[in-house]
Design a binder for this molecule. Structure first.
Ligand SMILES: *[C@@H]1O[C@H](CO)[C@@H](O)[C@H](O)[C@H]1NC(C)=O
Ligand SMILES: *[C@@H]1O[C@H](CO)[C@@H](O)[C@H](O)[C@H]1NC(C)=O
Ligand SMILES: *[C@@H]1O[C@H](CO)[C@@H](O)[C@H](O)[C@H]1NC(C)=O
Ligand SMILES: *[C@@H]1O[C@H](CO)[C@@H](O)[C@H](O)[C@H]1NC(C)=O
Length: 406
């Protein structure tokens, strides 16, 4: 508690140096005497809002600046009270094929639609340098007063063979109302044909910074944490189902308890390869057992990709036919199928039989929502899994996720 009060005084006196904040200095000074651990920090921010709404942004910026400078003195509870959360609503495109959200880049903000992807870590989008991106919203760095040149080239290739490349810059990036300063952005000047028809303008990577393709670049979530923008070093993902109205939500800095019914259980994450990898224990489908594997939690993958053995176990139990290209054909009749249960951290998480059907491709012929990954140990827990299970991602050491049935 002593540390909290001490820092509150430092913040108050530094904020008072800004001439525009002087009228509020007296209000700031009052708060250290209210002797609860959490109240001073909250009160500190609310005061300017009441007295003069125009000073809101300045007060917050001044307080955050001082807080970053004196971070070493702060208790966690103090930090939590000043920071907040940011919500991004998602659009569920073509019955759960992919989910995108809007963010703004630069000043004034230019809106781009991005595929939020926990399976990669680069932040890139179409720019005015990209002639092929004509149908996309293209960011124009010439129109942003907060843009700074970086000039390094970048190039990324994804697991599905799509790729994009361009040059780096830095700019302010606003995600769900939270403005990250000096974020490294990757402006595309080339995109592969797979991206031309894609409804999004680029990708927002939410993996670990280890796999950013440009060395030393911090991800947006890294910066949200280091710039003190979010209450907790977490983001939470809810993916809707097209069959149920679609949509979805990313909540940065918090957990939205109204988005799931089950109990959150914490599971350790192996991030040694830069991905959100969890141990998946043996599961079942109907009366058949599915062997354990390592699962990468990947919001950017549509399907549930199982290692070859596990995929064949599931396929056998559901009478699925191997299409010899990684996919399976299954019955379109839910009554012919079974729920899939995956055990993670000692708890069973279910993908209901109905969600093991991806789409109809012929008369009582459906494409399965599970596929094989071509690996003998690693699978991908994509949207098929995630639209049934809410996940909270926590990247600080030791990294973990919390999962609950939706
Ligand atoms: C997001 O969607 C919710 C409804 O689910 C709505 O209440 C909220 O205003 C939306 N937020 C934004 C920023 O569009
Ligand atoms: C910005 O303007 C300059 C000068 O007109 C031009 O050469 C450059 O390509 C523009 N940059 C972008 C990102 O459009
Ligand atoms: C902005 O970010 C770049 C690269 O991440 C870094 O080199 C630079 O010092 C930063 N500038 C400021 C003003 O923080
Ligand atoms: C949580 O979800 C509810 C219900 O969809 C929504 O109205 C609310 O805005 C969300 N809360 C946050 C903090 O995003």
């Amino acid at each position: 508690m002593k540390i909290t009060l001490c820092v509150a005084v430092i913040v108050a006196s530094l904020a008072a140096v800004d001439a525009r904040l002087v009228p509020h200095a007296a209000d700031f000074a009052l708060h250290p005497s209210s002797a609860t651990q959490t109240a001073p920090a909250k009160a500190l921010l609310r005061v300017p809002l009441k007295t003069n709404p125009h000073f809101k942004r300045n007060a917050r910026a001044a307080a955050l600046k001082a807080m970053n400078k004196y971070k070493m003195f702060q208790s966690d509870s103090f930090r939590n009270n000043l920071a907040s959360t940011g919500t991004v609503n998602l659009t569920d495109y073509e019955n759960d094929l992919l989910y995108y959200g809007e963010i703004t880049i630069g000043t004034p903000g230019q809106t781009v639609k991005l595929d939020f992807d926990t399976g990669s870590s680069d932040l890139w989008f179409a720019s005015t340098l990209c002639a092929r991106c004509i149908r996309k919203s293209r960011y124009d760095s010439n129109k942003s007063s907060t843009y700074h040149k970086d000039g390094r080239p970048w190039h990324i290739t994804y697991g599905d063979g799509t790729s994009s490349s361009g040059i780096c810059g830095t700019d302010d990036v606003t995600i769900g109302g939270l403005t990250i300063k000096n974020q490294t952005i990757e402006m595309a000047n080339k995109i592969s044909s797979g991206f031309i028809t894609d409804p999004s303008d680029g990708i927002l990577g939410l993996g670990f910074n280890k796999i950013v393709t440009v060395s030393g670049v911090k991800t947006p979530v890294d910066n949200m944490i280091s710039q003190g923008l979010i209450s907790e070093p977490i983001f939470s993902v809810f993916l809707g189902k097209g069959s149920n109205g679609g949509g979805g939500e990313y909540l940065f800095g918090g957990i939205n308890h109204s988005k799931f019914r089950g109990t959150l259980a914490t599971v350790p994450v192996d991030n040694s390869r830069g991905f959100w990898t969890v141990a998946v224990g043996s599961g079942s489908v109907g009366s058949s057992t599915i062997s354990h594997f390592s699962g990468i939690i990947d919001t950017g993958s549509t399907l549930l990709m199982l290692p070859d053995l596990q995929a064949s176990q599931v396929a056998k139990a559901l009478n699925a036919i191997d299409n010899e290209d990684g996919t399976y054909t299954i019955s379109c009749n839910v009554a012919d199928l079974h729920d899939l249960k995956l055990n993670i951290g000692g708890n069973d998480y279910i993908v209901p039989a109905a969600d093991l059907i991806f789409e109809q491709i012929g008369r009582n012929k459906c494409m399965a929502a599970f596929a094989y990954s071509g690996s003998n140990s690693v699978g991908i827990l994509g949207d098929t899994f995630l639209k049934n299970n809410y996940v909270v991602f926590q990247q600080e050491v030791p990294p973990s996720v919390q999962i609950a049935a939706i």
